[in-house]
Design a protein around this ligand. Structure first.
Ligand SMILES: [Zn+2]
Length: 183
């Protein structure tokens, strides 16, 4: 049965990839921790029955499918990876009749198990199409592979969080100090 979807909110998208993704969990040393509760994924914009049917395993699979889009090091690779996600998921533009004279231009996928990745891919397609490739990425902090979506006015974000940014700043300061002391 076809399922109507809309783009996933960007906050939910990064929470999904960082909370359930294998690489972010490994690099961040969180593999021993339990997976986050599915209830922390609010506001997915998915139909209730699809939302309620999401398992931990499905969330890990979705996160792992999406992480390579963020990890792409050039625009062409990023575009190719995202396009593949959209086409293998069977995402289609459709028109829904809401009532006698109102129509909704929406997206559709063929099955419930494809809905989450498709909704996430739609959000990335829309955002990257408007903002450019440099607006998503993987944190450049040490021992961190969390992803970010840069919504800052300057567009120069390189870290997933203030915590990683501060840690990198302290490390850079220490290594400068050590280099000065060694001179
Ligand atoms: Zn980080």
């Amino acid at each position: 049965m076809a399922i109507t979807i809309s783009p996933l909110p960007l906050g939910a998208l990064t929470h999904l990839v960082n909370g359930w993704g294998t690489r972010p969990r490994q690099e961040g040393g969180r593999t021993q921790e339990p997976l986050p509760s599915v209830d922390t994924l609010t506001d997915l914009g998915l139909p209730d029955d699809v939302r309620n049917g999401l398992t931990g395993q499905a969330l890990v699979a979705a996160a792992d499918a999406l992480h390579p889009v963020f990890a792409a090091t050039d625009a062409a690779t990023c575009a190719r990876r995202l396009t593949r996600l959209l086409s293998t998921g069977g995402t289609r533009p459709v028109l829904d009749a809401v009532d006698d004279d109102r129509l909704d231009a929406v997206w559709s996928v063929g099955s419930a198990d494809r809905a989450l990745v498709a909704a996430a891919a739609l959000a990335l397609r829309q955002y990257l199409g408007e903002q450019g490739f440099a607006r998503v990425g993987v944190c450049t902090g040490g021992r961190c592979a969390d992803v970010y979506v840069d919504q800052s006015p300057g567009g120069r974000r390189r870290f997933c969080s203030v915590t990683c940014q501060n840690r990198a700043r302290v490390a850079a300061f220490r290594s400068r100090k050590a280099a000065t002391a060694a001179e």
